[in-house]
Design a protein around this ligand. Sequence first.
Ligand SMILES: Cc1cc2nc3c(=O)[nH]c(=O)nc-3n(C[C@H](O)[C@H](O)[C@H](O)COP(=O)(O)OP(=O)(O)OC[C@H]3O[C@@H](n4cnc5c(N)ncnc54)[C@H](O)[C@@H]3O)c2cc1C
Length: 464
Amino acid sequence: MAQYDYDLFVIGAGSGGVRAARLAAELGARVGIAEEYRIGGTCVIRGCVPKKLLVYGSRYGSELLDANGFGWTCEGVRFDWPTLINNVKREVDRLNGVYTRTLEAAGVDRFLTRAVLASPHEIVLADRDGALSAKTILVATGSHPVMPDVPGREHLIGSNECFELERLPGSIAIIGAGYIGMEFASIFNGLGVAVTVLYRGDQVLRDFDTDLRDGLAEAMRNRGIDLRTGIDVASIETAGQGYRVHLEQGGSIAVDLVMAATGRAPNTSGFGLGKLDVALGWNGHIVVDEFSKSSIDSIYAVGDVTDRRNLTPVAIHEATAFAETLFNGKPTPVDHSFIPTAVFSQPEIGTVGLAEEQARELYPNIDVYKARFRPLKSTVSGRDEKMLMKLIIDADSDKVLGCHMLGADAAEIVQMAAVALKLGVTKAQLDATMPLHPSAAEELVTMRHRWEPPAPVAGSDAAA
Ligand SMILES: Cc1cc2nc3c(=O)[nH]c(=O)nc-3n(C[C@H](O)[C@H](O)[C@H](O)COP(=O)(O)OP(=O)(O)OC[C@H]3O[C@@H](n4cnc5c(N)ncnc54)[C@H](O)[C@@H]3O)c2cc1C
Protein backbone atom coordinates (compact mmCIF):
# COMPACT_ATOMS: atom_id res chain seq x y z
CA MET A 1 0.00 0.00 0.00
CA ALA A 2 1.25 3.50 -0.85
CA GLN A 3 2.71 5.43 2.07
CA TYR A 4 0.81 8.61 1.12
CA ASP A 5 -2.63 9.31 -0.38
CA TYR A 6 -0.97 11.41 -3.09
CA ASP A 7 2.47 11.89 -4.62
CA LEU A 8 1.63 15.58 -4.94
CA PHE A 9 -1.01 17.77 -3.35
CA VAL A 10 -1.40 21.30 -4.73
CA ILE A 11 -2.99 24.13 -2.76
CA GLY A 12 -4.47 26.69 -5.15
CA ALA A 13 -5.75 26.07 -8.70
CA GLY A 14 -4.48 29.21 -10.40
CA SER A 15 -1.92 29.59 -13.18
CA GLY A 16 0.90 27.88 -11.27
CA GLY A 17 -1.14 25.25 -9.42
CA VAL A 18 -3.09 24.00 -12.43
CA ARG A 19 0.05 23.71 -14.58
CA ALA A 20 2.01 21.81 -11.92
CA ALA A 21 -0.90 19.47 -11.12
CA ARG A 22 -1.61 18.65 -14.76
CA LEU A 23 2.03 18.05 -15.72
CA ALA A 24 2.76 15.93 -12.66
CA ALA A 25 -0.36 13.81 -13.31
CA GLU A 26 0.54 13.39 -16.98
CA LEU A 27 3.97 12.20 -15.84
CA GLY A 28 2.30 9.47 -13.81
CA ALA A 29 2.01 11.04 -10.34
CA ARG A 30 -1.12 10.68 -8.17
CA VAL A 31 -2.20 14.29 -7.74
CA GLY A 32 -4.84 16.15 -5.71
CA ILE A 33 -5.58 19.89 -5.85
CA ALA A 34 -7.66 22.16 -3.61
CA GLU A 35 -9.19 25.47 -4.70
CA GLU A 36 -11.25 27.64 -2.35
CA TYR A 37 -12.74 29.99 -4.98
CA ARG A 38 -12.79 29.10 -8.69
CA ILE A 39 -10.48 26.90 -10.76
CA GLY A 40 -8.35 29.11 -13.02
CA GLY A 41 -7.19 31.52 -10.30
CA THR A 42 -6.54 35.23 -10.56
CA CYS A 43 -5.42 35.37 -14.19
CA VAL A 44 -8.48 33.65 -15.61
CA ILE A 45 -11.18 34.68 -13.14
CA ARG A 46 -10.26 38.25 -12.08
CA GLY A 47 -6.96 39.25 -13.61
CA CYS A 48 -5.27 39.17 -17.02
CA VAL A 49 -8.04 37.65 -19.13
CA PRO A 50 -11.15 39.61 -18.05
CA LYS A 51 -8.97 42.72 -17.76
CA LYS A 52 -7.69 42.40 -21.34
CA LEU A 53 -11.27 41.91 -22.57
CA LEU A 54 -12.26 45.15 -20.80
CA VAL A 55 -9.22 46.80 -22.41
CA TYR A 56 -10.44 45.72 -25.85
CA GLY A 57 -13.93 46.99 -25.01
CA SER A 58 -12.64 50.35 -23.83
CA ARG A 59 -10.60 51.03 -26.98
CA TYR A 60 -13.48 51.17 -29.48
CA GLY A 61 -14.40 54.73 -28.47
CA SER A 62 -11.05 56.20 -29.48
CA GLU A 63 -10.94 53.95 -32.58
CA LEU A 64 -14.26 55.44 -33.68
CA LEU A 65 -12.87 58.94 -33.17
CA ASP A 66 -9.78 58.04 -35.20
CA ALA A 67 -12.04 56.65 -37.93
CA ASN A 68 -13.37 60.15 -38.75
CA GLY A 69 -10.13 61.11 -40.50
CA PHE A 70 -10.48 57.99 -42.67
CA GLY A 71 -13.92 59.09 -43.84
CA TRP A 72 -16.16 57.19 -41.46
CA THR A 73 -19.06 58.95 -39.79
CA CYS A 74 -20.23 57.11 -36.72
CA GLU A 75 -23.67 58.28 -35.68
CA GLY A 76 -25.82 57.09 -32.82
CA VAL A 77 -22.87 55.42 -31.12
CA ARG A 78 -23.56 54.34 -27.55
CA PHE A 79 -21.91 52.03 -25.08
CA ASP A 80 -23.68 49.51 -22.82
CA TRP A 81 -21.72 48.32 -19.78
CA PRO A 82 -23.99 45.35 -18.91
CA THR A 83 -23.42 43.91 -22.42
CA LEU A 84 -19.64 44.15 -22.03
CA ILE A 85 -19.36 42.86 -18.48
CA ASN A 86 -21.85 40.02 -19.03
CA ASN A 87 -19.98 38.88 -22.16
CA VAL A 88 -16.71 39.00 -20.22
CA LYS A 89 -18.27 36.91 -17.42
CA ARG A 90 -19.50 34.37 -19.96
CA GLU A 91 -15.95 33.96 -21.29
CA VAL A 92 -14.58 33.63 -17.75
CA ASP A 93 -17.14 30.87 -17.06
CA ARG A 94 -16.10 29.10 -20.24
CA LEU A 95 -12.42 29.22 -19.28
CA ASN A 96 -13.23 28.04 -15.77
CA GLY A 97 -14.83 24.98 -17.42
CA VAL A 98 -11.83 24.45 -19.72
CA TYR A 99 -9.40 24.48 -16.79
CA THR A 100 -11.61 22.13 -14.77
CA ARG A 101 -11.85 19.66 -17.65
CA THR A 102 -8.09 19.85 -18.22
CA LEU A 103 -7.47 18.71 -14.65
CA GLU A 104 -10.16 16.05 -14.96
CA ALA A 105 -8.67 14.69 -18.20
CA ALA A 106 -5.22 14.45 -16.57
CA GLY A 107 -6.72 12.44 -13.69
CA VAL A 108 -6.19 15.08 -10.98
CA ASP A 109 -8.54 14.81 -7.95
CA ARG A 110 -10.19 18.21 -7.40
CA PHE A 111 -11.41 19.53 -4.05
CA LEU A 112 -13.36 22.77 -4.20
CA THR A 113 -12.62 23.93 -0.69
CA ARG A 114 -9.98 25.64 1.45
CA ALA A 115 -6.90 23.61 2.34
CA VAL A 116 -4.81 23.99 5.49
CA LEU A 117 -1.40 22.47 6.11
CA ALA A 118 -1.47 20.15 9.14
CA SER A 119 2.08 18.77 8.93
CA PRO A 120 4.88 18.68 6.29
CA HIS A 121 2.97 15.82 4.62
CA GLU A 122 -0.66 16.44 5.62
CA ILE A 123 -3.46 18.68 4.43
CA VAL A 124 -6.82 19.23 6.09
CA LEU A 125 -9.72 20.28 3.86
CA ALA A 126 -12.33 22.68 5.22
CA ASP A 127 -15.30 20.64 3.99
CA ARG A 128 -14.43 17.28 5.55
CA ASP A 129 -12.95 15.56 8.59
CA GLY A 130 -9.55 13.92 8.68
CA ALA A 131 -6.37 14.70 6.80
CA LEU A 132 -5.03 13.76 3.37
CA SER A 133 -1.37 12.90 3.07
CA ALA A 134 1.08 13.68 0.27
CA LYS A 135 4.76 13.04 -0.33
CA THR A 136 5.14 16.57 -1.72
CA ILE A 137 2.94 19.63 -1.17
CA LEU A 138 2.98 22.55 -3.58
CA VAL A 139 1.72 25.90 -2.29
CA ALA A 140 0.38 27.97 -5.19
CA THR A 141 -2.01 30.23 -3.30
CA GLY A 142 -1.30 33.47 -5.20
CA SER A 143 -1.74 36.96 -3.78
CA HIS A 144 -4.47 39.43 -2.81
CA PRO A 145 -4.98 43.19 -3.21
CA VAL A 146 -3.67 45.31 -0.33
CA MET A 147 -5.91 48.20 0.73
CA PRO A 148 -4.30 51.42 2.00
CA ASP A 149 -4.60 51.94 5.74
CA VAL A 150 -6.64 55.16 5.74
CA PRO A 151 -9.86 56.10 7.53
CA GLY A 152 -12.77 55.11 5.30
CA ARG A 153 -10.90 52.21 3.67
CA GLU A 154 -14.11 50.16 3.90
CA HIS A 155 -15.49 52.30 1.06
CA LEU A 156 -12.72 51.24 -1.33
CA ILE A 157 -13.07 48.70 -4.09
CA GLY A 158 -10.13 46.74 -5.50
CA SER A 159 -9.56 45.20 -8.92
CA ASN A 160 -11.67 42.15 -7.98
CA GLU A 161 -14.78 44.29 -7.56
CA CYS A 162 -14.24 46.05 -10.91
CA PHE A 163 -15.25 42.82 -12.61
CA GLU A 164 -18.52 42.75 -10.66
CA LEU A 165 -19.74 46.33 -11.18
CA GLU A 166 -23.42 46.37 -12.15
CA ARG A 167 -23.18 49.87 -13.61
CA LEU A 168 -20.40 52.19 -14.62
CA PRO A 169 -19.68 55.12 -12.31
CA GLY A 170 -19.74 58.64 -13.75
CA SER A 171 -16.43 59.34 -12.03
CA ILE A 172 -13.77 57.34 -10.23
CA ALA A 173 -10.64 58.05 -8.18
CA ILE A 174 -7.94 55.43 -8.48
CA ILE A 175 -5.35 55.36 -5.71
CA GLY A 176 -2.02 54.00 -6.99
CA ALA A 177 -0.18 54.19 -10.29
CA GLY A 178 1.28 50.72 -10.76
CA TYR A 179 0.36 48.70 -13.83
CA ILE A 180 -3.07 47.68 -12.51
CA GLY A 181 -3.92 51.30 -11.63
CA MET A 182 -2.80 52.52 -15.06
CA GLU A 183 -4.74 49.81 -16.85
CA PHE A 184 -7.99 50.45 -15.02
CA ALA A 185 -7.56 54.22 -15.41
CA SER A 186 -7.36 53.67 -19.18
CA ILE A 187 -10.28 51.24 -19.20
CA PHE A 188 -12.60 53.60 -17.30
CA ASN A 189 -11.39 56.63 -19.28
CA GLY A 190 -11.99 54.81 -22.55
CA LEU A 191 -15.54 53.99 -21.46
CA GLY A 192 -16.31 57.65 -20.72
CA VAL A 193 -15.80 57.71 -16.94
CA ALA A 194 -14.09 60.82 -15.48
CA VAL A 195 -10.88 59.40 -13.98
CA THR A 196 -8.60 60.90 -11.33
CA VAL A 197 -5.42 59.02 -10.41
CA LEU A 198 -3.90 59.80 -7.02
CA TYR A 199 -0.34 58.65 -6.48
CA ARG A 200 2.12 59.44 -3.70
CA GLY A 201 5.27 58.91 -5.82
CA ASP A 202 6.75 61.41 -8.23
CA GLN A 203 5.96 59.50 -11.41
CA VAL A 204 3.73 56.57 -12.45
CA LEU A 205 5.00 52.98 -12.87
CA ARG A 206 7.88 52.81 -10.43
CA ASP A 207 10.72 50.53 -11.71
CA PHE A 208 9.86 51.03 -15.40
CA ASP A 209 12.18 52.93 -17.76
CA THR A 210 11.92 56.69 -17.16
CA ASP A 211 11.03 57.52 -20.76
CA LEU A 212 8.14 55.04 -20.65
CA ARG A 213 6.92 56.52 -17.35
CA ASP A 214 7.10 60.10 -18.60
CA GLY A 215 5.64 59.25 -22.00
CA LEU A 216 2.69 57.33 -20.56
CA ALA A 217 1.87 60.00 -17.97
CA GLU A 218 1.85 62.69 -20.67
CA ALA A 219 -0.31 60.62 -23.03
CA MET A 220 -2.81 59.71 -20.32
CA ARG A 221 -3.17 63.36 -19.32
CA ASN A 222 -3.71 64.26 -22.98
CA ARG A 223 -6.46 61.67 -23.10
CA GLY A 224 -8.24 63.47 -20.28
CA ILE A 225 -7.15 61.57 -17.17
CA ASP A 226 -6.52 63.80 -14.16
CA LEU A 227 -3.21 62.26 -13.09
CA ARG A 228 -1.93 63.68 -9.81
CA THR A 229 1.46 62.65 -8.41
CA GLY A 230 2.94 63.51 -5.01
CA ILE A 231 -0.51 63.09 -3.44
CA ASP A 232 -1.40 61.11 -0.30
CA VAL A 233 -4.97 60.18 0.50
CA ALA A 234 -5.90 61.23 4.05
CA SER A 235 -9.38 59.71 4.31
CA ILE A 236 -12.47 58.71 2.41
CA GLU A 237 -16.05 59.42 3.48
CA THR A 238 -19.46 58.96 1.95
CA ALA A 239 -20.96 62.06 0.33
CA GLY A 240 -24.45 61.83 -1.15
CA GLN A 241 -24.55 58.90 -3.56
CA GLY A 242 -20.75 58.85 -3.81
CA TYR A 243 -17.59 59.60 -1.85
CA ARG A 244 -15.32 62.46 -0.90
CA VAL A 245 -11.58 61.73 -0.92
CA HIS A 246 -9.60 64.03 1.38
CA LEU A 247 -5.98 64.66 0.47
CA GLU A 248 -3.04 65.06 2.89
CA GLN A 249 -1.83 68.00 0.83
CA GLY A 250 -5.15 69.75 1.36
CA GLY A 251 -8.41 69.82 -0.57
CA SER A 252 -10.65 66.95 -1.55
CA ILE A 253 -12.35 65.47 -4.57
CA ALA A 254 -15.89 64.12 -4.94
CA VAL A 255 -16.35 60.96 -7.02
CA ASP A 256 -18.86 58.14 -7.51
CA LEU A 257 -16.37 55.37 -6.73
CA VAL A 258 -12.90 54.98 -5.22
CA MET A 259 -10.62 52.16 -6.30
CA ALA A 260 -7.40 51.11 -4.56
CA ALA A 261 -4.65 49.77 -6.81
CA THR A 262 -1.98 49.92 -4.15
CA GLY A 263 -0.24 46.61 -4.63
CA ARG A 264 -0.73 42.98 -3.76
CA ALA A 265 0.55 40.73 -0.96
CA PRO A 266 1.24 36.97 -0.98
CA ASN A 267 -1.47 34.65 0.40
CA THR A 268 0.54 33.05 3.20
CA SER A 269 -1.55 33.52 6.32
CA GLY A 270 -4.25 31.40 7.89
CA PHE A 271 -3.42 28.02 6.41
CA GLY A 272 -0.72 26.58 8.61
CA LEU A 273 2.58 27.86 7.17
CA GLY A 274 3.47 29.62 10.42
CA LYS A 275 2.81 26.53 12.54
CA LEU A 276 5.18 24.51 10.34
CA ASP A 277 7.91 27.17 10.52
CA VAL A 278 8.07 27.59 6.74
CA ALA A 279 10.53 30.49 6.19
CA LEU A 280 8.78 33.67 5.02
CA GLY A 281 10.31 36.81 3.51
CA TRP A 282 9.89 40.54 4.17
CA ASN A 283 6.30 40.79 2.96
CA GLY A 284 5.24 37.31 4.02
CA HIS A 285 6.19 35.55 0.76
CA ILE A 286 7.46 31.98 0.90
CA VAL A 287 11.24 31.89 0.54
CA VAL A 288 12.26 29.25 -2.01
CA ASP A 289 15.41 28.06 -3.74
CA GLU A 290 15.98 27.92 -7.52
CA PHE A 291 13.92 24.69 -7.67
CA SER A 292 11.04 26.38 -5.78
CA LYS A 293 11.68 24.34 -2.61
CA SER A 294 10.81 26.04 0.70
CA SER A 295 12.72 25.70 3.97
CA ILE A 296 10.81 22.40 4.52
CA ASP A 297 11.96 19.60 2.20
CA SER A 298 8.48 18.32 1.31
CA ILE A 299 6.93 21.77 0.72
CA TYR A 300 7.42 23.70 -2.52
CA ALA A 301 5.89 26.97 -3.71
CA VAL A 302 5.40 28.68 -7.08
CA GLY A 303 3.79 31.83 -8.41
CA ASP A 304 2.79 35.05 -6.66
CA VAL A 305 3.03 33.44 -3.23
CA THR A 306 6.82 33.45 -3.68
CA ASP A 307 6.86 37.10 -4.87
CA ARG A 308 9.56 36.60 -7.50
CA ARG A 309 8.01 38.17 -10.66
CA ASN A 310 4.26 38.26 -10.21
CA LEU A 311 3.06 37.43 -13.69
CA THR A 312 1.10 34.52 -15.13
CA PRO A 313 3.78 33.19 -17.52
CA VAL A 314 6.30 33.28 -14.67
CA ALA A 315 4.00 31.21 -12.39
CA ILE A 316 3.52 28.74 -15.25
CA HIS A 317 7.26 28.57 -15.93
CA GLU A 318 8.04 27.95 -12.24
CA ALA A 319 5.36 25.23 -12.13
CA THR A 320 6.74 23.55 -15.25
CA ALA A 321 10.29 23.61 -13.84
CA PHE A 322 8.95 22.15 -10.56
CA ALA A 323 7.16 19.28 -12.34
CA GLU A 324 10.18 18.54 -14.54
CA THR A 325 12.45 18.47 -11.49
CA LEU A 326 10.32 16.28 -9.24
CA PHE A 327 8.35 14.08 -11.62
CA ASN A 328 10.40 13.83 -14.81
CA GLY A 329 13.90 13.34 -13.40
CA LYS A 330 15.16 16.58 -15.01
CA PRO A 331 16.38 19.06 -12.39
CA THR A 332 15.28 22.40 -13.88
CA PRO A 333 16.11 25.65 -12.08
CA VAL A 334 13.77 28.55 -12.79
CA ASP A 335 15.03 31.16 -15.25
CA HIS A 336 13.83 34.70 -14.63
CA SER A 337 15.93 36.40 -17.31
CA PHE A 338 14.36 38.62 -20.00
CA ILE A 339 10.73 38.44 -18.89
CA PRO A 340 8.68 40.52 -21.33
CA THR A 341 5.85 42.44 -19.77
CA ALA A 342 3.12 44.82 -20.85
CA VAL A 343 0.97 47.55 -19.41
CA PHE A 344 -2.33 47.48 -21.26
CA SER A 345 -2.92 51.17 -20.78
CA GLN A 346 -3.85 53.57 -23.57
CA PRO A 347 -1.29 53.93 -25.12
CA GLU A 348 0.17 50.52 -24.37
CA ILE A 349 3.61 49.65 -22.98
CA GLY A 350 5.71 46.63 -23.92
CA THR A 351 9.07 46.14 -22.25
CA VAL A 352 11.79 43.52 -21.85
CA GLY A 353 15.19 43.62 -20.21
CA LEU A 354 16.85 46.42 -18.30
CA ALA A 355 15.56 49.95 -17.93
CA GLU A 356 18.16 52.61 -18.77
CA GLU A 357 18.64 53.44 -15.07
CA GLN A 358 19.15 49.77 -14.13
CA ALA A 359 21.61 49.25 -17.01
CA ARG A 360 23.68 52.29 -15.97
CA GLU A 361 24.07 50.77 -12.49
CA LEU A 362 25.15 47.37 -13.79
CA TYR A 363 27.29 48.18 -16.87
CA PRO A 364 30.13 50.71 -17.23
CA ASN A 365 29.34 51.72 -20.84
CA ILE A 366 25.78 52.05 -22.05
CA ASP A 367 24.50 53.27 -25.39
CA VAL A 368 20.92 54.42 -25.71
CA TYR A 369 18.91 54.62 -28.93
CA LYS A 370 15.56 56.37 -28.93
CA ALA A 371 12.92 57.11 -31.51
CA ARG A 372 9.88 59.24 -30.71
CA PHE A 373 7.62 59.67 -33.68
CA ARG A 374 4.06 60.13 -34.84
CA PRO A 375 2.83 56.79 -36.18
CA LEU A 376 1.61 56.71 -39.79
CA LYS A 377 -2.01 56.07 -38.78
CA SER A 378 -2.08 59.29 -36.72
CA THR A 379 -1.10 61.41 -39.72
CA VAL A 380 -4.60 60.81 -41.10
CA SER A 381 -6.59 60.19 -37.92
CA GLY A 382 -5.20 63.43 -36.49
CA ARG A 383 -4.43 61.86 -33.11
CA ASP A 384 -1.65 63.85 -31.48
CA GLU A 385 0.16 61.04 -29.67
CA LYS A 386 3.77 60.03 -30.12
CA MET A 387 5.10 56.50 -30.17
CA LEU A 388 8.32 55.76 -28.28
CA MET A 389 10.91 53.07 -28.95
CA LYS A 390 14.07 52.70 -26.96
CA LEU A 391 17.00 50.29 -26.99
CA ILE A 392 19.61 49.94 -24.27
CA ILE A 393 22.94 48.51 -25.46
CA ASP A 394 26.01 47.31 -23.60
CA ALA A 395 28.59 49.35 -25.54
CA ASP A 396 31.38 46.87 -24.74
CA SER A 397 29.70 43.69 -26.05
CA ASP A 398 27.11 45.36 -28.36
CA LYS A 399 24.43 43.15 -26.70
CA VAL A 400 20.91 44.57 -26.44
CA LEU A 401 20.08 44.77 -22.73
CA GLY A 402 16.64 46.35 -22.90
CA CYS A 403 13.89 47.08 -25.39
CA HIS A 404 11.07 49.45 -24.44
CA MET A 405 8.08 50.62 -26.35
CA LEU A 406 5.08 52.89 -25.81
CA GLY A 407 2.35 52.89 -28.42
CA ALA A 408 -0.10 50.71 -30.34
CA ASP A 409 0.66 46.96 -30.34
CA ALA A 410 3.68 47.41 -28.04
CA ALA A 411 2.92 44.13 -26.26
CA GLU A 412 2.72 42.13 -29.50
CA ILE A 413 5.96 43.63 -30.85
CA VAL A 414 7.95 43.28 -27.64
CA GLN A 415 7.02 39.60 -27.28
CA MET A 416 9.05 38.94 -30.46
CA ALA A 417 11.84 41.31 -29.44
CA ALA A 418 12.12 39.21 -26.25
CA VAL A 419 13.07 36.17 -28.33
CA ALA A 420 15.97 38.09 -29.83
CA LEU A 421 17.13 39.50 -26.48
CA LYS A 422 16.95 36.05 -24.87
CA LEU A 423 19.17 34.72 -27.66
CA GLY A 424 21.69 37.51 -26.98
CA VAL A 425 21.02 39.70 -30.01
CA THR A 426 23.51 42.51 -30.70
CA LYS A 427 22.78 45.98 -32.02
CA ALA A 428 24.72 45.09 -35.18
CA GLN A 429 22.41 42.09 -35.75
CA LEU A 430 19.34 44.28 -35.34
CA ASP A 431 20.83 46.72 -37.86
CA ALA A 432 21.43 43.84 -40.29
CA THR A 433 17.77 42.76 -40.08
CA MET A 434 15.57 43.79 -43.01
CA PRO A 435 12.87 46.25 -41.88
CA LEU A 436 9.23 45.39 -42.53
CA HIS A 437 7.76 48.47 -44.18
CA PRO A 438 5.59 50.34 -43.45
CA SER A 439 5.32 49.33 -39.80
CA ALA A 440 6.09 50.89 -36.44
CA ALA A 441 8.24 47.93 -35.43
CA GLU A 442 10.72 48.63 -38.24
CA GLU A 443 12.08 51.46 -36.07
CA LEU A 444 13.68 48.78 -33.87
CA VAL A 445 16.00 47.78 -36.72
CA THR A 446 16.61 51.23 -38.19
CA MET A 447 17.82 53.27 -35.21
CA ARG A 448 21.17 54.61 -36.39
CA HIS A 449 22.04 57.46 -34.04
CA ARG A 450 23.01 57.07 -30.42
CA TRP A 451 21.01 59.28 -28.11
CA GLU A 452 23.18 61.84 -26.35
CA PRO A 453 22.01 63.41 -23.10
CA PRO A 454 21.43 67.16 -23.55
CA ALA A 455 24.56 69.20 -22.82
CA PRO A 456 24.36 71.00 -19.47
CA VAL A 457 23.31 74.64 -19.80
CA ALA A 458 26.08 77.02 -18.66
CA GLY A 459 25.28 78.47 -15.27
CA SER A 460 22.67 75.81 -14.42
CA ASP A 461 22.93 73.46 -11.41
CA ALA A 462 23.86 70.62 -13.76
CA ALA A 463 26.92 72.49 -14.94
CA ALA A 464 28.01 73.39 -11.42
C1 LIG B 1 -6.16 42.84 -12.19
C2 LIG B 1 -4.98 41.98 -12.51
C3 LIG B 1 -4.47 41.97 -13.79
C4 LIG B 1 -3.38 41.18 -14.11
N1 LIG B 1 -2.90 41.22 -15.38
C5 LIG B 1 -1.86 40.44 -15.73
C6 LIG B 1 -1.37 40.44 -17.07
O1 LIG B 1 -1.87 41.16 -17.94
N2 LIG B 1 -0.34 39.62 -17.37
C7 LIG B 1 0.25 38.80 -16.43
O2 LIG B 1 1.16 38.06 -16.76
N3 LIG B 1 -0.19 38.80 -15.14
C8 LIG B 1 -1.22 39.60 -14.77
N4 LIG B 1 -1.68 39.58 -13.48
C9 LIG B 1 -0.97 38.75 -12.47
C10 LIG B 1 -1.40 37.28 -12.57
O3 LIG B 1 -2.80 37.19 -12.50
C11 LIG B 1 -0.75 36.49 -11.43
O4 LIG B 1 0.64 36.71 -11.45
C12 LIG B 1 -1.03 35.00 -11.57
O5 LIG B 1 -2.41 34.74 -11.57
C13 LIG B 1 -0.36 34.24 -10.41
O6 LIG B 1 -0.68 32.88 -10.48
P1 LIG B 1 -0.61 31.98 -9.15
O7 LIG B 1 -0.83 30.58 -9.60
O8 LIG B 1 0.58 32.31 -8.38
O9 LIG B 1 -1.85 32.47 -8.26
P2 LIG B 1 -3.38 32.64 -8.57
O10 LIG B 1 -3.67 32.59 -10.01
O11 LIG B 1 -3.81 33.83 -7.82
O12 LIG B 1 -4.03 31.33 -7.93
C14 LIG B 1 -4.03 31.10 -6.56
C15 LIG B 1 -5.29 30.33 -6.21
O13 LIG B 1 -5.15 29.78 -4.89
C16 LIG B 1 -6.42 29.79 -4.26
N5 LIG B 1 -6.18 29.66 -2.81
C17 LIG B 1 -5.52 30.54 -2.00
N6 LIG B 1 -5.43 30.02 -0.74
C18 LIG B 1 -6.02 28.80 -0.77
C19 LIG B 1 -6.23 27.78 0.20
N7 LIG B 1 -5.74 27.88 1.46
N8 LIG B 1 -6.90 26.66 -0.16
C20 LIG B 1 -7.37 26.51 -1.45
N9 LIG B 1 -7.19 27.44 -2.41
C21 LIG B 1 -6.51 28.57 -2.08
C22 LIG B 1 -7.00 31.13 -4.70
O14 LIG B 1 -8.41 31.13 -4.58
C23 LIG B 1 -6.53 31.20 -6.16
O15 LIG B 1 -7.50 30.69 -7.06
C24 LIG B 1 -2.79 40.35 -13.12
C25 LIG B 1 -3.30 40.34 -11.82
C26 LIG B 1 -4.38 41.14 -11.51
C27 LIG B 1 -4.92 41.14 -10.11
